[in-house]
Design a binder for this molecule. Structure first.
Ligand SMILES: Cc1ncc(COP(=O)(O)O)c(C=O)c1O
Length: 390
């Protein structure tokens, strides 16, 4: 069989994640220290694990409603109202397999061949391949270190054409740690009001912001609810990556179509995880605060250590990544990360894995213990010294 000619071209041409390649190499090195993974090092809070166990003991092992348990959707609405001043009803919620599925459903429900999807970069790796699978056309906007990696209204205006269908708003941002303030979002909203452009606001890191201002959702601004799909989930805020649970909220006609796609592809999100998530939303505000305080401590340590050794980085205000410039080395990000891996057995992710505008940077996750981070910082400093870059 000639599988090459049999496979669908759009699927065949999908770019594999540049993050995975590094992990595959690191996995071969027994003493390698990874700062590469974008997932909490905490265990899921015990109350949540207990709720999952109890649901199994009670034999709750069947499918749920396609859109998710009604009780969970009600809790999601209460949570979004309590934490982010968002006003949704349970029929405007679909519970998904991670935020990842919610992103997929949103793009597939909205984007037709030829539609343009504006994607600020550097960013999480899935928006572009999903857009391409639908026949949509990704339009990139390079956010800049001098703008604190925020999207500006002028950049957005310049990218809009009559074919623009969707703006992906990935803040707090993976990999840069950039956030958008209420004023920044208001400027973006001003450009979008009165258009038919929809927003996919990926707010998976909404609980992980540092400093005085809490996360603001663009959907909470006047006139934006009707044109925004908010994606969120349990992976990052509640350390629940393996439970695979997320959700989307938005205007009912769009959520209805997303639920129809979900029904065909998934049926319903994992039942045990849904019961556990109800407890997360009801009982775990304190656990979120504790984890955030710990990330904040690590963030301050890593930013200071990197700046002191000459890998300048802007101060990230969200998520759990720093994105230092590696330009003092004169290497490309790929070369820098590959040599760091081979010479010091430290795995970090080249910035260009998050789009070409990430070239010249590298992503370091600080979702690791302080001891782990300290060892890693020592080795990175030695790597720079051995090569005469500091
Ligand atoms: C920005 C962003 N969005 C969405 C996701 C997907 O998370 P999950 O599918 O685990 O909810 C991730 C995971 O790393 C992410 O970084």
């Amino acid at each position: 069989m000639n599988y090459d000619s049999i496979l669908a071209p759009a699927a065949k041409e999908m770019r594999p994640s540049g993050i995975r390649r590094f992990f595959d190499m690191a996995a071969e090195m027994p003493h390698c220290i990874s700062l590469g993974v974008g997932e909490p090092d905490f265990k899921t809070p015990w109350a949540v694990r207990d709720a999952g166990i109890r649901s199994l003991e009670q034999g709750r092992t069947k499918y749920t409603a396609n859109a998710g348990l009604m009780q969970l959707r009600q809790e999601i609405c209460r949570y979004l109202s309590r934490r982010f001043e968002l006003d949704y009803q349970p029929n405007e919620v679909v519970v998904t397999v991670g935020g990842s599925e919610a992103i997929d459903l949103c793009i597939r429900a909205l984007v037709q061949p030829g539609d343009e999807v504006i994607i600020p970069e550097p960013c999480f790796v899935c928006y572009e391949p999903i857009t391409q699978l639908t026949g949509g056309v990704p339009v990139h906007i390079a956010t800049k270190a001098e703008d604190d990696f925020r999207l500006t209204a002028d950049q957005l205006k310049a990218a809009i054409t009559p074919k623009t269908k969707l703006l992906v708003l990935p803040f707090p941002n993976n990999p840069t740690g950039g956030v958008m303030s209420a004023a920044d979002l208001e400027a973006i909203a001003e450009v979008l009001r009165g258009t038919d452009i929809m927003v996919l606001s990926d707010e998976i890191y909404s609980e992980l912001t540092y400093g005085l201002d809490r996360h603001v959702s663009i959907a909470s601004l006047p006139g934006m609810r009707e044109r925004t799909i908010v994606v969120n989930g349990f992976s990052k805020s509640y350390a629940m990556t393996g439970w695979r649970l997320g959700y989307a909220v938005g205007p009912q006609p769009i959520i209805k179509v997303m639920t129809k796609i979900h029904q065909s592809c998934i049926m319903s999100a994992p039942t045990t995880s849904q019961y556990a998530a109800i407890t997360a939303l009801r009982q775990c505000d304190d656990a979120i605060e504790t984890m955030r305080d710990e990330y904040n401590r690590r963030r301050r340590y890593v930013v200071k250590a990197l700046n002191e050794m000459g890998l300048t980085c802007f101060e990230p205000r969200g998520a759990f990544y720093v994105f230092p410039s590696i330009q003092i080395s004169g290497l490309t990000s790929e070369e820098f990360c590959e040599r760091l891996l081979h010479e010091k057995e430290i795995a970090i992710v080249p910035g260009d894995a998050f789009g070409s505008s990430g070239e010249g940077f590298a992503r370091i996750s600080y979702a690791y213990s302080v001891e782990h981070l300290e060892t890693a910082m020592r080795r990175i400093r030695a790597f720079l010294e051995d090569n005469g870059w500091r």
